[in-house]
Design a protein around this ligand. Structure first.
Ligand code: CTP
Length: 402
């Protein structure tokens, strides 16, 4: 659950900051990419160098210490993070966040991020039960922040009571459990197709397209991370899965993809067709290499079956999502495909826009469900786009049930 995740660890100024060192180390050991952001006060307790060594990344402290002129650090980190953990969270940082105060690097970044934020408070027992702190925590909970409650016991201030920062293992366990059980996608069966298809001309030549498979793989990995049972039908791509729980089925041609998708369709709850399927294939596949000869070549092509359309016709309970790759009038063409193929939603990709479409690590898409209200997901990594798409699907499934 934390493997390959970008985790921003916010450390505020309390004696429990020493436990954040162990937390950094454990998260890194478990394969997370950890960046640490400290408040000035936190640096009084632990040296930034400790976090730098444990996370193998520079530590952020000062909003105005802009190392890279290409980026604004607090926005860049806010966008980068998949998960934010504030540990220890003092009464001060909780109060700032609850009141929208942004007067240092950590508080500013917290206002800028879309990532899920986990707050692990640590303070004196009387501070923890002060009505101001209680009210601030309630407000944050209402806004969707998740608290990892402090344990009870002997506190550094000499008091015995609630306020002791949870142990690093417990914090990681709480984040992990919350990530999987809190998603409506947990336990759902999701079938995803990814990549191009390859249509043979002769033993050395084929037709294909520019799809890298990255978007479909990101969807499969993100869905597995939310606790879904994922089957991924992959065209010929040069990608490995970071998640080993995914059932990967490799195919080459549109016909093989058709068979694999139909074989698994009835057994799945959500089906996402991110693959770029060839619309045409050579009518004749030559067993021997074709000689070039002198004349021009004419290769007669025939239509492949539209897999998505056939799934739309067969659909019973499935939530069916298509992708549309367009270079002009994306909304109009995309919505046309949504209606024609009997889909529940379509992800429209204007592949002519810089940063979007095939090959690269980023994308820009518009999600449209049956309400036909376009929801744009602006430039982000394919992994982040995948998570946002899954969030939209999760919401739409919930709305259908209600
Ligand atoms: N698709 C499919 N089988 C095909 C062609 C497309 O399942 N033979 C699916 C794709 O996986 C995608 C959606 O249909 O989810 C739209 O694909 P796209 O290439 O954008 O559009 P087409 O339907 O092929 O229409 P056109 O090429 O005319 O834009």
């Amino acid at each position: 659950m934390v493997q390959n995740k970008n985790i921003l660890l916010g450390v505020s100024g309390g004696i429990a900051a020493y436990k954040a060192c162990a937390l950094t180390s454990k998260l890194t050991q478990q394969g997370a990419n950890v960046r640490v952001m400290m408040t000035e006060n936190a640096t009084e307790f632990v040296s930034p160098l400790t976090f730098q060594a444990l996370s193998r990344n520079p530590v952020y402290i000062d909003t105005f210490d802009e190392k890279d002129p290409e980026k604004i650090a607090h926005i860049d980190v806010a966008d980068w993070a998949d998960i934010v953990i504030i540990a220890p969270a003092t009464a001060n940082i909780i109060g700032k966040l609850a009141n929208g105060t942004a007067d240092d690097m950590l508080s500013t970044t917290l206002l800028a991020t879309h990532a899920r934020v986990y707050i692990a408070p640590a303070m004196n027992v009387n501070m923890y039960s002060h009505p101001a702190v209680v009210q601030n925590m309630k407000q944050l909970e209402k806004w969707g922040y998740h608290f990892i409650e402090p344990g009870a016991g002997y506190l550094a201030c000499g008091w015995i009571g609630k306020g002791r920062l949870e142990e690093p293992e417990t914090i990681i366990e709480a984040v992990r459990n919350h990530q999987s059980t809190n998603s409506l996608l947990a336990g759902k069966k999701i079938l995803i197709s990814a990549g191009p298809t390859r249509e043979t001309i002769d033993p050395v030549r084929f037709f294909t397209n520019r799809s890298s498979g990255r978007m479909g793989f990101a969807l499969a990995e993100a869905a597995a991370n939310y606790g879904a049972e994922v089957t991924l039908v992959a065209g010929p791509v040069e990608l490995d899965l970071a998640e080993n729980k995914i059932n990967r089925i490799d195919v080459v041609t549109a016909a093989e993809m058709y068979d694999a998708m139909h074989e698994h369709f009835s057994n799945n709850d959500i089906v996402i067709k991110a693959a770029a399927v060839a619309d045409f294939r050579p009518k004749l596949i030559h067993d021997e290499k074709l000689k070039k000869g002198q004349a021009d070549w004419q290769i007669e092509m025939e239509r492949t079956k539209d897999i998505l359309q056939s799934l739309g016709e067969k659909k019973t309970h499935q939530f069916l999502v298509g992708f549309a790759a367009e270079t002009s009038n994306p909304l109009e063409y995309g919505i046309g495909k949504l209606e024609k193929k009997n889909l529940d939603a379509i992800v429209i990709n204007d592949v002519s826009t810089e940063g979007a479409g095939f090959g690269g690590d980023t994308n820009i898409v518009t999600y449209v469900n049956k309400t036909l209200n376009p929801e744009e997901i602006t430039l982000a990594s394919k992994r982040e786009i995948a998570e946002r798409i899954l969030k939209f699907i999760e919401r739409d499934i919930k709305d259908e049930v209600e």
